[in-house]
Ligand binder design. Structure first.
Ligand SMILES: *Cc1c(COP(=O)(O)O)cnc(C)c1O
Length: 500
């Protein structure tokens, strides 16, 4: 399998795409030929998560031998890395509704599913590309990505990772998780600034000749762990396929039936993987894209216009506070039926005017598979409260957005008589202030005190990774000015070169 850019015909090997992330023309890598309708239930029936992941990834990572691929998958998904041996268990709410729990990995966020495997893919790609330099992963995070990347790359030979997060832009629990990160090859720093400041600084570092030369001279190659990398996107297809297989295994749907999914969406990686699963043959009907108040995507699926010219809101579901979804260009490539000039024009429109539009035929085509919906913070908190009180099931704020969108569609009589799966992207205990508010519990400055009171009420025990966190010492208390980020990167490069 070769990968090509969304903006040109240029093709590269999977290992090249893994190592470099972004195509040289600024586009994203997509399979040169997408493996359409290749999966069948008969082949996958009752297979383990690991076997299903292997069956999916075999189509994309053809550069690795089956043995190497299986070894990577077993190292990524096991009882050390996931707290549930099913990896992605399904929780049944009622006959028409299930929740796929994507949050049983090391950092309690769905990003663990990709970031447990990605370091293995990347280091194997590095060997294939005969790259001798040490990799330095630079990541800006608004919460979950940073921690999941830190855990994934912690003490992985030949790699190092540095994470920047906005000091006031992450939840108190996410801050604890990052400040107490372990590992010899990691650095974490808060910055005085917002997520966009961190992100745009990193973009400048990746393209700065001065910094790249400095890194090269010190035996270091920059890379990123963000969700546009094929090594993050394609592993996510596996849990949609495993969800389908389990629903049929458990007779929740018949082998010829399909189910809908509702996905809390930010950078459009998770839901795109769901659509890829459908293209490969999983029996998924509609993909419902759930947004918070930053509802650029929900509006797009209704109108065909993607318009970033609007206010930006900070919400209860921070991982979805995004106006420019980085994986969206990949979807546009398929909307344009592979016409890369059309994609390049749309991207130009977005850059120059903050706005792009598909035509009526394209809108009708994409609405066959997708629709959108959104709810605000008040509704999100009401949903958490209602689902807890009616079903004894606690949702995190992101998952609650998806649940709320589902409920609103149902109230309007939509999606009746079809099974729906809500993709649950985080453990609720990562967001104690919102949960306390939703359940009318007193707030506190100490996130662990809040978790204690939530736990006393709900009887849900603190998951081990959070319980252990309380006792750990703070390693990275620094908070730097954004002007000092470059110096922080350079000094980490110095330290890496001394180790070599
Ligand atoms: C990252 C994240 C999302 C958004 O996922 P995308 O793939 O960016 O659409 C939703 N919920 C949580 C908890 C996340 O961490």
């Amino acid at each position: 399998m070769k990968f090509r850019s969304t903006r040109s015909q240029e093709t590269v090997t999977p290992s090249y795409a893994l190592l470099h992330g972004l195509a040289r023309d600024g586009g994203l890598y997509v399979p040169e030929e997408f493996p359409e309708q290749v999966l069948s239930y008969t082949d996958l029936k009752e297979k383990s998560y690991q076997e299903i992941a292997d069956a999916v990834l075999a189509y994309f990572f053809t550069n690795f031998t089956p043995k190497v691929r299986q070894k990577m998958i077993d190292a990524a998904y096991n009882d050390q890395t996931f707290r549930d041996d099913r990896i992605v268990p399904l929780h049944s709410i009622d006959t028409d509704l299930s929740v796929a729990e994507l949050y049983h990995g090391r950092t309690l966020a769905f990003k663990d599913l990709a970031l447990s495997l990605f370091p293995y893919l990347l280091t194997a790609a590095k060997i294939q590309e005969e790259e001798k330099r040490d990799i330095l992963i630079l990541t800006a995070t608004s919460g979950d990505t940073g921690k999941a990347a830190l855990e994934g790359f912690k003490d992985v030979n030949g790699t190092n990772i540095m994470v920047f997060y906005p000091s006031d832009g992450v939840s108190p629990m996410q801050k604890q998780q990052m400040q107490k990160q372990e590992g010899k090859n990691v650095r974490v720093s808060a910055i005085h600034g917002n997520f966009d400041d961190a992100q745009s600084f990193l973009k400048r570092v990746f393209t700065s000749e001065e910094v790249n030369t400095y890194a090269h001279d010190h035996g270091v190659l920059f890379s990123s762990a963000n969700s546009i990398n094929i090594g993050r996107l394609f592993p996510q297809i596996a849990y949609y396929v495993s969800t389908w297989v389990r629903l049929v295994d458990n007779c929740v749907i018949a082998p010829d039936e399909s189910f809908d999914v509702v996905v809390p969406t930010g950078n459009f990686g998770n839901i795109l993987a769901g659509w890829f699963a459908k293209k490969m043959g999983a029996h998924i009907g509609r993909l419902i894209c759930a947004s918070n108040r930053n509802k650029v995507l929900a509006d797009f699926f209704e109108t065909g216009v993607y318009d970033m010219n609007r206010d930006f809101y900070t919400t209860d579901s921070p991982s979805m506070d995004i106006l420019l979804s980085s994986n969206f260009e990949r979807f546009l490539f398929y909307v344009a039926k592979g016409d890369c000039q059309r994609v390049a024009q749309w991207e130009k429109d977005l850059q120059e005017t903050g706005k792009m539009a598909v035509n009526a035929d394209e809108l009708a085509w994409l609405q066959e598979d997708f629709c959108g919906g959104w709810i605000d913070d008040d509704e999100t908190e009401a949903v958490i409260n209602h689902v807890y009180n009616d079903f004894g099931y606690l949702l995190d704020p992101h998952t609650a957005v998806a649940y709320g969108v589902y409920l609103n569609r149902h109230k309007q009589g939509m999606d009746q008589g079809r099974h729906t799966v809500i993709m649950s992207t985080a453990h609720p205990y990562k967001f104690p202030p919102v949960i306390c508010k939703a359940l009318a519990l007193p707030s506190s400055d100490d996130p662990f005190a809040m978790l204690q009171s939530i736990s006393s009420l709900t009887g849900i025990a603190l998951p081990e990774p959070l319980a252990a966190l309380q006792q750990k010492p703070v390693r990275f208390a620094d908070s730097i000015e954004k002007e000092d980020m470059k110096q922080a990167v350079l000094s980490f490069i110095d330290d890496i070169s001394k180790k070599q």
